[in-house]
Design a protein around this ligand. Structure first.
Ligand SMILES: [Cu+2]
Length: 132
């Protein structure tokens, strides 16, 4: 193995480690209830007051990524009535669905997700996301 090859191998390894760290820090939210394999992450993570992207990852009961689901969500603050934002998340491939929404102030927000699986079965899960 020459030096150039070694450098490329090192770069790939560092990239893989970086991706792992990024992945693990992206799951800031906690779940409450629900029985499906639905997970949530945000960009930025943690969120800042303003517009953010909510990424919802869907797997079936066997852990397989689900691409042809219909994923809807609603978002509201838990501690006061600030209205509810609702919408559908757009499929991104690899079981991921994304939606842009606005968290207009710091504090706890509830994201309620509803997933209609390709076989027609429904699943849902709630997450509390804190905006620090
Ligand atoms: Cu508020």
């Amino acid at each position: 193995m020459n030096n150039k090859t070694l450098l490329i191998v090192l770069a790939v390894m560092i990239g893989a480690i970086g991706l792992l760290v990024w992945k693990s820090s992206a799951s800031e939210s906690s779940s409450s209830g629900g029985n499906g394999d639905i997970s949530l992450s945000t960009d930025p993570n943690p969120l800042r007051p303003g517009t953010g992207t909510f990424m919802i990852d869907v797997k079936d009961k066997r852990g397989k990524l689900v691409d042809n689901a219909t994923v809807s969500f609603d978002l509201k603050m838990t501690t006061m009535n600030m209205g509810t934002q609702q919408g559908n998340a757009t499929a991104q491939g690899n079981g991921r669905y994304a939606a842009v929404a606005r968290v207009s102030m710091r504090g706890p927000w509830r994201v309620s997700t509803t997933v209609k699986m390709p076989d027609g079965s429904m699943d849902n899960k709630e997450f509390i996301v804190n905006v620090p």
